[in-house]
Design a protein around this ligand. Structure first.
Ligand SMILES: Cc1cc2nc3c(=O)[nH]c(=O)nc-3n(C[C@H](O)[C@H](O)[C@H](O)COP(=O)(O)O)c2cc1C
Length: 308
């Protein structure tokens, strides 16, 4: 029998959460969607009206993401009151994008070396990009990240010096700095579980076994948890790049930065979050020669192994 660790009802016989301290025990735990067993407890109201999906007012306050003062206390209970009003997946019609539209976007994108500093991403498009960041999936659903959005010109001007001399963070329209948890504590987990409980309208007690599993995972070293959180950050990076391409927004993913100096500049130094990666977004400069370079990729036969 394959145990479904993400279904709280399937964990009743777990006696010792420390048994789960080795991540390898959890290798098949990649999908919080199995909590959908609880979906019938939520209230599927008004399935017809999707018009508000594009309404930026639907977003939880994006300014929260860029305010370093908000980073010091992740246990802030007021966070829990910021109820998000998201549709359930089944309330959304199955997307009907074509394969050619998708591939056009993915072939169109490239890692921009030179942005047009005169062009700024319109607010409604930026709102969708932020929503895409918020929607990034994560292991256990724990969302161990903060996305710091930098548009301030004075701050941007200081970034090339701490980005291996790269100009993209200065010239882009919006820079997203992906910061992830340095470690994780019980308070954070309980904050997350309170969010599951209130969002899905289930008693917190029904999540007790799920909590045990997550706390078992926390038995790993702080370094391991920090690495795990960083890996989650890369998932957000991938989703961000694809989202941008889909919307015709250019991007450059950036590991060529000095994270500790970013932390200092962005006020993250004494927070629970540390800079891991960045992504510059905006519009390619018409003289960015890389836009005319052929894509270098191994042939599919070299990277895709099929077992038919
Ligand atoms: C995690 C990651 C970090 C990267 N860091 C940088 C960077 O610091 N500067 C840069 O110009 N490109 C950076 N790149 C871009 C890669 O070099 C580029 O994606 C790769 O060569 C493939 O080219 P393409 O994205 O143009 O198709 C990075 C890419 C990834 C995925």
């Amino acid at each position: 029998m394959v145990r479904n660790f993400f279904d709280p009802s399937d964990l009743s016989d777990l006696s010792d959460p420390s048994d789960l301290s080795d991540l390898s025990d959890l290798s098949d735990l990649s999908d919080l969607s199995d909590l959908s067993d609880l979906s019938d407890l939520s209230d599927p109201s008004d399935p017809s009206d999707l018009s508000d999906l594009s309404d930026p007012s639907d977003l939880s306050d994006p300014s929260d993401l860029s305010d370093p003062s908000d980073l010091s206390d992740p246990s802030d209970p007021s966070d829990l009151n910021r109820k998000q009003t998201m549709k359930t997946p089944n309330e959304i019609p199955t997307p009907s994008g074509t394969a050619s539209d998708l591939l056009r976007a993915l072939h169109w994108r490239y890692a921009v070396k030179r942005f047009d500093p005169e062009r700024r991403i319109p607010e409604e498009i930026w709102s969708a990009i932020e929503e895409s960041l918020v929607l990034t999936p994560s292991s256990f659903g724990l969302q161990p990240w903060r996305f710091v959005v930098v548009t301030n010109p004075e701050v941007k001007a200081q970034l090339p010096a701490i980005s291996w001399g790269q100009q993209q963070p200065k010239d882009c329209s919006h820079l997203v700095v992906i910061a992830t948890l340095r470690s994780m504590d019980t308070t954070y987990v309980d904050r997350f579980l309170a969010s599951v409980s209130s969002t899905r309208n289930v008693p917190i007690d029904s999540l007790a076994n799920y909590r045990k599993v997550i706390l078992g995972f926390l038995n790993n070293s702080a370094e391991r948890i920090g690495d795990w959180a960083t890996q989650q950050g890369y998932i957000a990076l991938g989703q961000l790049m694809s989202t941008a391409a889909y919307l015709g927004i250019d991007a450059c993913p950036m590991e060529g930065i000095e994270p500790a100096k970013y932390d200092r500049l962005l006020g993250l130094e004494n927070s629970q979050y540390a800079t891991r990666i960045a992504c510059a977004l905006g519009y390619r400069h018409e003289q960015d020669g890389y836009a005319n370079s052929a894509k270098v990729r191994f042939d599919a036969t070299g990277v895709i192994q099929r077992l038919d």
